[in-house]
Design a protein around this ligand. Structure first.
Ligand code: PLZ
Length: 461
């Protein structure tokens, strides 16, 4: 079993690959081009890739392609490889586990790793009550199961989700997800009993003075008038919205919703699939406002790149489910559990929550200065985010109209120079920064230099 030191911040990351950007010429190079041709013949085009090169190796903040180029990774595989893509602790734990058993199925012949992960999650998630955990494979599967538990435990049907929400691509989670293209278009019919209410999106509020509690009341009034609290099983919300645009609700929004849920017997589910595990500078994004969810969904950063997801929540809710009601063949796979224990160990030893806050300082300082420099008529509408979950929302000069074209052009320019940057947002006008939390200051600075130049160039037209 993997063990780790519990003294936080006592270790520094170790890298196998030189943490340096290097683009050798035009890319995609010959080997990537060959792979693209093989791919086109056999891989469905419904699954698209943002970057046209194929990966040979990855470590820390660097991705090597098959033609010898080194890219700076500011996306971490969509917020997954917070400890790096080949953290030595994760690699060692996976190797050790895989030599013993790769799978038995926890529902058939159980093993310690699953329990150890559940112990960690009970310790790390907020709330000093009895907790129970179930492990799955993907974020969507965790969300599906959180909703199953909430419905069974409350005996109610309705589930409330928010504008700009993203919860996955399975049938139920598509219904919970707000954006149609590309996630939902023509994939219906969707799961019933899902209702959508307004989010707190400070930058795009009609009334910019609306407070967090007022925005929460706007949603609550809609729920009470259109559904009635007594028919609502759960509210599900990303405490910092991910795909929808890295939207941080106004202060007081999440606490007010959570209080209303508690007062009305509604299960408050925090979807921390993207925001969890030190990403926002705390173990979970709800910690920033002291919100204690009834159930938390987790995935992505939890296991250093191995597929694992989890729900952790109040024992009375999870234990309401009959024996055999929850599970799946691979849920809590032993190799993924070993990886999770090692990744959590790395997060503790290297104080990656502290690293996330350090990244926030570096990024915010630089882009606040850039925004001021570009001035009122610049294309930067807003900088926002928490920790190493940071976003720049782009607008048409002198207005709040979303500028998706500028966003695309900036991301494309960064990529040409060897910096992988992801976009997001309901309007496709947000650049999001999700670096591995172990990224070195030098590598991050190099990536941000490239991004800053690209923003200046596009702003200048
Ligand atoms: N909940 C908050 O961010 C996944 C999706 C990328 P899975 N986000 C990245 C894409 O285009 O498919 C996500 C999330 C939140 C749930 C999910 C779903 O997690 O592991 O992708 O199923």
């Amino acid at each position: 079993m993997t063990t780790f030191a519990t003294t936080p911040g006592t270790a520094a990351p170790r890298f196998r690959l030189e943490q340096k950007r290097r683009i050798t010429g035009d890319f995609p190079g010959p080997r990537s081009t060959e792979l693209a041709a093989r791919r086109a013949a056999v891989v469905a085009k419904g699954v698209a890739s943002g970057v046209p090169v194929y990966v040979a190796d990855a470590d820390g903040g660097i991705i090597h392609d098959v033609d010898g180029n080194s890219f700076i990774d500011l996306g971490a595989g969509i917020a997954v490889t917070s400890v790096g893509a080949s953290d030595p602790a994760v690699v060692g734990a996976v190797k050790e586990q895989v030599e013993h058993f790769t799978h038995t199925c926890f529902m058939v012949t159980p093993y310690e790793g699953y329990i150890a992960v559940a112990e960690q999650l009970a310790e790390l998630t907020p709330g000093d009550f009895e907790k129970r955990t179930v492990l799955f494979n993907s974020g969507a599967e965790a969300v599906e199961n959180a909703v199953k538990v909430a419905r069974l435990a409350t005996g109610r049907d309705a589930v409330v989700a928010f504008d700009h929400a993203y919860h996955g691509r399975t049938n139920l989670t598509m219904a919970l997800t707000a954006k149609s293209m590309p996630y939902k278009t023509n994939f219906g019919p969707f799961a019933p009993e899902i209702y959508r209410v307004p989010m707190s999106y400070p930058f795009r509020e009609e009334n910019p003075a609306i407070t967090g509690p007022e925005a929460a009341q706007r949603a609550i009034t809609m729920i009470e008038k259109q559904l009635g609290a007594e028919s609502v099983a759960a509210i599900i919300i990303e405490p910092v919205q991910g795909e929808g645009g890295f939207i941080v609700p106004a202060e007081g929004f999440l606490p007010a919703l959570s209080e209303w849920a508690t007062a009305n017997g509604v299960v408050f589910i925090a979807d921390e699939v993207q925001s969890g595990f030190c990403r926002t500078g705390e173990w979970f994004a709800v910690n920033h406002e002291g919100v204690v969810p009834d159930i938390i969904t987790m995935a992505k950063g939890i296991a250093g790149g191995m597929p694992l997801s989890a729900i952790t929540g109040r024992a009375d809710l999870l234990d309401a489910v009959h024996a055999g009601g929850l599970g799946g063949t691979y849920g809590g796979n032993p190799v993924a559990c070993a990886a999770a224990l090692a990744a959590i160990g790395t997060m503790k030893e290297q104080d990656l929550a502290g690293r996330a806050r350090h990244i926030e300082e570096q990024v915010t300082e630089r882009f606040a200065a850039l925004q001021a420099d570009l001035g009122e008529r610049g294309i930067i509408g807003e900088l926002r985010g928490r920790g190493a979950m940071l976003a720049i929302e782009f607008v048409e000069a002198g207005s709040k109209a979303p500028n998706a074209a500028a966003t695309k052009a900036i991301a494309a320019q960064c990529l040409r120079e060897g910096v992988i940057i992801l976009t997001c947002g309901t309007y496709g006008n947000v650049i999001r920064l999700l670096p591995p939390l172990v990224i070195t200051d030098e590598l991050l600075a190099d990536g941000l230099d490239v991004l800053e130049r690209a923003i200046r160039a596009v702003d200048a037209g």
